[in-house]
Design a binder for this molecule. Sequence first.
Ligand SMILES: [Zn+2]
Length: 256
Amino acid sequence: MTATPVMIAVAGLFGLLVGSFLNVCIYRLPLGRSVVFPPSACGSCQRPLRWFENIPVVSWLVLGGRCARCKARISAQYPIVELVTGVLFAATVALTPVGPLLAARLLFGAALIVLFAIDLEHQILPNVITLPGVVVGLAFALVAPPGWRASLIGAAAGGGVLYAIAAGYYYLRHEDGLGMGDVKMLAMIGAFLGWQLMLLTLVLASLSGALVGVALIVSQRGSMKYALPFGTFLAVGAVVAMLAGQPMVDWYLGFY
Ligand SMILES: [Zn+2]
């Protein structure tokens, strides 16, 4: 069943609300705080937000990006995360038939947004997302594409390949190039997408990481040693692989 424009619009609105919750996760998970309690408050004056201050994107725009009471600046990251989640949910519903695969992709996409933002800000990928993510990805594969076999191989190979690269780099350079967080994240990506799209994700992440790295060096903003958060690139690669990967893999395999 293909999605109607109304379904896509509803998915976008639902995504805005989910994005609001993802903001809470992005802010609190690195601090080890609960994501459900207490309710959202201003980061500066700690006053709890009233319902009309908590409407995705709209509240931030109406309040001019400031707290209604203390006028402290509220980061543009909040409405951006909400918008990105809304767009991702709308695109996923537009491209995925209704069923278990759609549920898996929405959950996976939401997890990727949280990992993207936390890795970018803190250079960590919390186990509370990646490890359950591996299990949930494997469980969905029992009833949805890519199927349990491709999912199991994807998780094992995803974790294994990056672990080997990380160990090899450490052996050669005696310093950490990749963290264990990246290893667990690629295992999660393999579990959700299967081994083929996991490999595509790794290629896309490495290419985009190299491009941004070169751009940073050329613009003198970073040195060769500047550690780019690889999980951020893995998240972008995985979203592209999830939504557009199968045609890319088919096109590539068409050469053989
Ligand atoms: Zn305030």
